[in-house]
Design a protein around this ligand. Structure first.
Ligand code: BGC
Length: 759
C-alpha cells in the first residue's frame, strides 16, 4: 500500500532527498494553512528548471470573476466563474553562496523536508558546496499561524559557513505571475486567469519591511501583504521594489526571521495600513520562537481534543493524522468562508466550495471542533439571499436554491447537468443543520439562522416536485442529478427524494418547536419569510407521498427511476487506462450506461440508515459495488462505512485503506492540484461511523464497534451535546468514557449502557 515516498512515522511526513517528479504533488502535501491564509509547500527558491511546480498562496474567500463563455448559452445558465486568486508570495528566500544561486544541483546535498503534524511546523535542511570550495548548511522553518490568522513566520539559518564562503539572502514580497495553461481536465483550474493586478508596493525602513497591494481584475477585492525581518549577523540593503538583501560576514552564522502578514478586503475602501502595522509589531515585539511556541500549544490542544490513535498500524495512523491536520488547516472558521474541495492546498476545482462540506467535512468538525461546524453553516446563512435569487432564476417563486459550486455565493457551475442539477445540495445543507443541532443542542443557532435555512430549502422542494397522477399521485422530483455524476438529469433519484423528504420534515419539526417555545420569534420569522400555515401542510403532504423507486422482488432501490433501463457497462471489461471515465468518454456515452462514478444510493443508506432494513443494505451494497467505478474520491469512504455496517469487514478495510493515504501516496494521481478534502474527512468517518459504527437516530447515540484485522486498538474522542466521549476499541472489546460532561446512556451493539461522568 505505502509506496514509501515518505517513511512511516506517526507524526511526521518526511521527504528525504529530492525527486523532481514529485515536486508539484509534494507542494500540496507540505501545504500550510490556517483556514484563512494558505501556503502551498513551494520551495523557498525557484523550482529547478524543467520541473513542474505550482506556486500558490491563497486567502480563503478571495477570488476573481470572469464571464463564463458558452458556445451555446441558455436561459439562467451560471453567468460568471469565480476562481481562487493567487495572492502575493512571501515564502521565498533567494540564497547566494559565492555568487551562485543555491538551488537543486549536484552542489546541494542532504536535503530533508519534514512536516511535523504535532506542531504544525515545516522544516527543511540541506548543505551546499560552491564551485570555489565554500560550504554552508541551511535550515528553514515555516509556519502559518493558527493563533493569528493573518500571519506566517519563517526562519532561515545559515550555519557551518566555511571556506570563506560569501553568503547573501534576498527576501521579498512579490506578485506571482501565471501563464494561463489549458487542460481538458474539468477538475483543474487551468484556463482560468488567477493573476492579480499590482496596486502599490514598496519597502519601509523599520525591520526591513516591504509590502505589496494587489487587486483582483473584476471581483473588487484587494489583498495586502507585508513582510518584516529580524536579522542576525548580516547587513541589509533594499533590493528592487519590495525586497531586501542581507549580506553576511564570512563565517558567522546568519539568521533571518521573516514575518508575513496578509489582509484582504473590498478594493473600494481598502486600507493596507493594518497589514504593515501588524508585520511591524510582529518583528518589534515577537520572535520566530514565540510564534513557534504558540503554534505548538495550539496543535497540542487540537490533538488532545481529537484524541485519535491507532496501535498496530503506523502507516494508516500517519495517513489519518495527515488528513485531519489538513482538514483543520483548510477550513474557514469566520462564518464568511468555507472549505474548498482542495482546501487551501491548490487551485483544483478553482477553489470552489461544494456539498463536500456538509456531507463529509462538517461531520468531522462536528465531532472534533463543533464551533467550526457552526462557522461552516453560518457561511451558508451568509449566502442565503443569493440562494433566494438563484431559486427565482430557476423558476421557483419561493425558496432558496444553493449553488452547486461557488466561493462568493453565486452559482459557478458551467456544466449544468453535473452542476446546477444537483439540487440535493439544498437537502445536504438541511441535513447538516439538523445534525449540528442534534449533536450540539445549539438552539440559539437554530432559532436565529437554522430554521430560516430549513424553511427556505424545504420550500424549494415543494416548488420543484409535483404530485404525479401517472404515479398514483406520488410526489415526484424530476430532472435532477443525484450525487452520482455519471447519471445526470434523472427522475426520482432516491437519494435526492429521501433527503428532500428529510429536509421538509426537519423544517416542519423545527418550525413547530419554535412556535411552541418562542412564539414571538416564530411570528417574526413567518413575517420575514411570508410563510403560510398551508405551506407547512404542503410539505407534510409531499413528504408523506414521496415517490421512491423500489423493486420488492430483489430489494433493490434503483438509484433513479431509469437506472435499471440503462445499458450494462461491466467495469471489469473497461481498459484500465480509460479511468476515470469522465476523461475518456463523452458524457452521453456514460449517461446511457449502468455505471456509477460514486456512492449515491449507498450514501443514502449511510445518512438515513434507519429508513432501510439490514437486508436492503446488504443487497444494495453488493449491487452498487459491482457498478461503481469510484472515479470520484468521495466514493470509497462511503462504501467502507456501509460495508462495516453489513459485516463485510474485509471490504470495509480495503475501501478504507484506499482513502487513508490517498494523497500521501498520490494514488488518485492528481494530488498536485490540491489535496482531496472530502476523502480526507471520509477516512475519519470510516473509523468513527464504519469501524466504531457510530450512529445517532432520534436522540440516541449508538455504536457497533469492531477492530480491523492487524490492529491492536484504536481510540478517538467525539463531542455529543456538551460532552466529550472517549471511544476505545481493542481485541477484548470496546470501552466508553467521558472526558467531560454529564453521564449518558448509549447503545453498544444494541444494548444500553451508561457512560458515567468523571465529575
Ligand atoms: C464529485 C463531486 C464533488 C466534486 C468536488 C466531483 O468529482 O463527483 O461529488 O463534489 O468532485 O470534490
Amino acid at each position: 500500500m505505502n509506496n514509501a515516498k515518505f517513511p512511516i512515522h506517526p507524526w511526521k511526513i518526511t521527504e528525504i532527498g529530492f525527486n523532481p517528479q514529485h515536486l508539484a504533488e509534494n507542494e500540496s502535501v507540505f501545504a500550510l494553512a490556517n483556514g484563512y491564509l494558505g501556503f502551498r509547500g513551494n520551495l523557498e527558491e525557484d523550482a529547478p528548471t524543467g520541473t513542474r511546480s505550482i506556486k500558490g498562496t491563497y486567502i480563503n474567500g478571495v477570488y476573481d470573476t470572469a464571464p463564463i463563455l458558452y458556445g451555446e448559452s441558455a436561459y439562467a445558465f451560471a453567468k460568471n466563474s469565480q476562481t481562487i486568486s493567487h495572492v502575493a508570495e512571501t515564502k521565498g528566500f533567494t540564497i547566494k553562496a559565492d555568487g551562485e544561486h543555491v538551488t537543486f544541483s549536484q552542489s546541494l546535498t542532504n536535503h530533508v523536508r519534514e512536516l511535523d503534524l504535532y506542531t504544525g511546523i515545516l522544516t527543511r535542511t540541506f548543505s551546499y558546496k560552491t564551485k570555489k570550495g565554500g560550504s554552508i548548511k541551511v535550515q528553514i522553518e515555516r509556519l502559518v499561524s493558527q493563533e493569528n490568522k493573518h500571519l506566517a513566520a519563517m526562519r532561515l539559518k545559515i550555519t557551518g559557513i566555511s571556506g570563506g564562503c560569501d553568503v547573501e539572502v534576498t527576501s521579498g514580497v512579490y506578485k506571482p505571475e501565471f501563464e494561463i495553461a489549458k487542460s481538458d481536465d474539468p477538475r483543474t483550474a487551468t484556463g482560468k486567469d488567477m493573476n492579480m493586478i499590482l496596486t502599490t508596493s514598496g519597502t519601509f525602513k523599520p525591520h526591513y519591511g516591504a509590502y505589496t497591494v494587489l487587486a483582483t481584475k473584476s471581483s473588487g477585492m484587494s489583498v495586502a501583504a507585508a513582510i518584516t525581518h529580524q536579522v542576525t549577523n548580516a547587513k541589509a540593503t533594499p533590493t528592487g521594489e519590495s525586497a531586501w538583501t542581507f549580506k553576511g560576514n564570512t563565517s558567522q552564522e546568519i539568521i533571518v526571521e521573516k514575518f508575513a502578514t496578509y489582509y484582504s478586503g473590498e478594493s473600494k475602501n481598502f486600507d493596507a495600513k493594518q497589514c504593515r502595522d501588524e508585520a511591524l509589531s510582529a518583528a518589534d515585539t515577537q520572535s520566530y520562537d514565540t510564534f513557534a511556541a504558540q503554534q505548538k500549544t495550539f496543535y497540542k490542544n487540537f490533538w488532545d481534543e481529537v484524541g485519535m490513535d491507532i496501535v498496530g498500524d503506523d502507516a494508516t495512523l500517519q495517513g489519518l493524522r495527515f488528513n485531519m491536520f489538513h482538514l483543520l488547516q483548510s477550513t474557514g472558521q469566520d462564518g464568511r468562508t468555507n472549505i474548498a474541495a482542495k482546501g487551501l492546498t491548490g487551485s483544483g476545482y478553482e477553489g470552489h466550495y461544494f456539498w463536500d462540506t456538509e456531507i463529509y467535512v462538517l461531520p468531522f468538525m462536528l465531532h472534533s471542533s463543533p464551533q467550526i461546524a457552526k462557522a461552516l453553516l453560518m457561511y451558508r446563512y451568509s449566502i442565503l439571499d443569493q440562494a433566494r435569487v438563484r431559486a427565482k432564476e430557476l423558476g421557483h417563486d419561493k425558496g432558496a436554491l444553493y449553488p452547486w459550486r461557488t466561493i462568493g455565493g453565486e452559482e459557478c457551475s458551467a456544466y449544468y447537468a453535473a452542476g446546477t442539477a444537483q439540487y440535493h445540495i439544498n437537502a445536504d445543507i438541511a441535513y447538516a443543520i439538523a445534525s449540528y443541532v442534534r449533536f450540539t443542542n445549539d438552539t440559539e443557532f437554530l432559532c436565529n439562522y437554522g430554521t430560516e435555512m430549513l424553511l427556505e430549502t424545504a420550500r424549494l422542494w415543494y416548488s420543484l416536485g409535483f404530485f404525479n397522477t401517472e404515479k398514483g399521485g406520488k410526489f415526484c422530483i424530476n430532472h435532477v442529478t443525484g450525487p452520482d455524476e455519471y447519471n445526470a438529469v434523472v427522475n426520482n433519484n432516491v437519494y435526492t427524494n429521501l433527503m428532500a423528504r428529510e429536509n421538509m420534515l426537519s423544517a416542519i419539526r423545527t418550525l413547530n418547536d419554535l412556535q411552541a417555545k418562542d412564539p414571538q420569534k416564530y411570528t417574526a420569522l413567518k413575517n420575514k419569510t411570508n410563510l403560510s400555515e398551508e405551506e407547512i401542510q404542503d410539505w407534510d403532504n409531499a413528504s408523506e407521498a414521496m415517490y421512491l423507486p423500489y423493486r420488492p422482488d430483489t430489494q433493490i432501490f434503483p438509484q433513479d427511476e431509469g437506472f435499471l433501463d440503462r445499458k450494462p457497462m461491466p467495469i471489469k471489461d473497461i481498459p484500465k487506462e480509460n479511468f476515470p471515465l469522465l476523461l475518456h468518454y463523452h458524457p452521453l456515452v456514460i449517461y446511457r450506461h449502468n455505471v456509477c462514478k460514486q456512492a449515491d444510493l449507498v450514501l443514502a443508506m449511510v445518512l438515513l440508515g434507519d429508513y432501510f432494513t439490514m437486508e436492503q443494505k446488504r443487497e444494495n451494497f453488493h449491487f452498487y459495488d459491482a457498478v461503481t467505478t469510484h472515479d470520484s474520491t468521495l466514493s470509497k469512504a462511503v462504501f467502507s462505512i456501509l460495508a462495516s455496517e453489513i459485516g463485510e469487514h474485509q471490504k470495509a478495510y480495503d475501501y478504507f485503506m484506499f482513502t487513508a493515504r490517498l494523497d500521501l501516496d498520490n494514488t488518485h494521481k492528481n494530488t498536485k492540484d490540491g489535496l482531496h478534502m472530502a476523502n480526507m474527512a471520509g477516512t475519519w468517518l470510516c473509523l468513527v461511523q464504519g469501524f466504531a459504527g457510530m450512529r445517532c437516530y432520534g436522540n440516541t447515540l449508538s455504536f457497533a464497534p469492531h477492530l480491523p484485522q492487524g490492529w491492536e486498538s484504536y481510540t478517538f474522542n467525539m463531542h455529543f451535546q456538551g460532552r466529550t466521549i472517549k471511544v476505545y476499541v481493542d481485541k477484548s472489546g470496546s470501552k466508553f468514557s467521558l472526558v467531560r460532561g454529564e453521564s449518558i446512556e448509549i447503545l453498544v451493539d444494541g444494548k444500553s449502557i451508561t457512560v458515567h461522568s468523571q465529575q
